[in-house]
Ligand binder design. Structure first.
Ligand code: NAP
Length: 249
């Protein structure tokens, strides 16, 4: 098993619980809920239900999608999912993969190789939205591999068989929670992937979360909005992001 900086898990979840509950409570009542009504609801499995996974998964629950939030300690998510209502539930990583027609992963980047090894067979063929960023101080050498090869290609290497789309990696979870579904123009979320159907599903889920998707290109193009690249950290509209990245309007 890869060594992940887990510190004191129980204590960390205790610290995280009020943040996640706060995120869930801060989410506003929801014009998009009505907008989504009648559209098909996708069961979504979340791997990594911390700040980022908790925030984005909560947005999808609010949009009417059933979401299984997973943890290696699912009992610690009990209060969090109870606060989100009947569409949210907690379980193990294996439960999330069984449940999810679509997966969302938000774990420290260095955990990806281990997750790919342990759950590769179950993940095979799944659409996987990947929000993980690599930080050298936290994730070690894998951050250099990403600098060399690009983050989309690297994630696909460690999660082979998934239909991977990079998404939701460029802004803080607090911005996602606060700005979701704001009055037009909404904030842009850049996405990139090689599988056209997976990209279409990701576009819909970005919209359902309350943002405007901007398709930047294939997985290789995800390097254009990885940490340190021009598309990273941009809290801007779709038109502004397209201009920054010289994409067709
Ligand atoms: N925070 C942000 O604003 C933000 C924004 C965009 C992207 N991201 C990216 O999203 C990822 C998560 O960041 P975060 O801030 O949400 O971190 P976090 O609050 O520490 O949550 C990370 C979660 O990953 C899970 N995890 C860790 N190792 C795992 C493993 N081996 N197998 C399964 N689950 C594992 C942990 O779950 P358990 O311990 O409960 O199993 C934990 O809840 C990072 O790659 C980060 O760069 C973060």
């Amino acid at each position: 098993m890869a060594q992940i900086p887990t510190t004191n898990v129980t204590r960390r979840h205790l610290l995280l619980a009020p943040i996640l509950t706060g995120v869930a409570m801060a989410l506003k009542p929801w014009p998009a809920f009505a907008q989504s009504a009648g559209k098909s609801k996708l069961p979504i499995g979340i791997i990594g239900s911390g700040r980022e996974g908790g925030a984005i998964g909560s947005l999808w629950v609010k949009a009417g999608h059933p979401v299984l939030f997973s943890s290696r300690h699912p009992e610690e998510l009990k209060d969090f999912v109870a606060g989100l209502g009947p569409l949210a539930r907690a379980g193990s990583v294996a439960d999330a993969i069984r449940f999810g027609e679509v997966m969302f992963i938000a774990v420290p980047y260095a955990a990806l190789p281990e997750i790919g090894r342990d759950f590769g067979a179950a993940l095979n063929g799944k659409i996987m939205l990947d929000a993980c960023n690599a930080v050298a101080s936290r994730d070690g050498d894998i951050a250099q591999e990403i600098e060399r090869n690009g983050i989309g290609v690297t994630s696909q290497k460690y999660l082979p068989g998934t239909r991977l789309v990079r998404a939701f990696n460029t802004m803080s979870y607090m911005i996602f929670a606060r700005e979701a579904n704001r009055p037009e123009p909404r904030l842009a979320v850049p996405i990139a992937g090689d599988d056209p159907e997976a990209v279409r599903v990701a576009q819909t889920l970005v919209q359902d979360a309350g943002f405007d998707p901007v398709v930047v290109g294939k997985l290789v193009d995800a390097a254009r909005f990885q940490r340190g690249a021009p598309g990273y950290g941009q809290s801007v509209t779709a038109a502004e992001l397209r201009k920054t990245l010289s994409l067709a309007p």
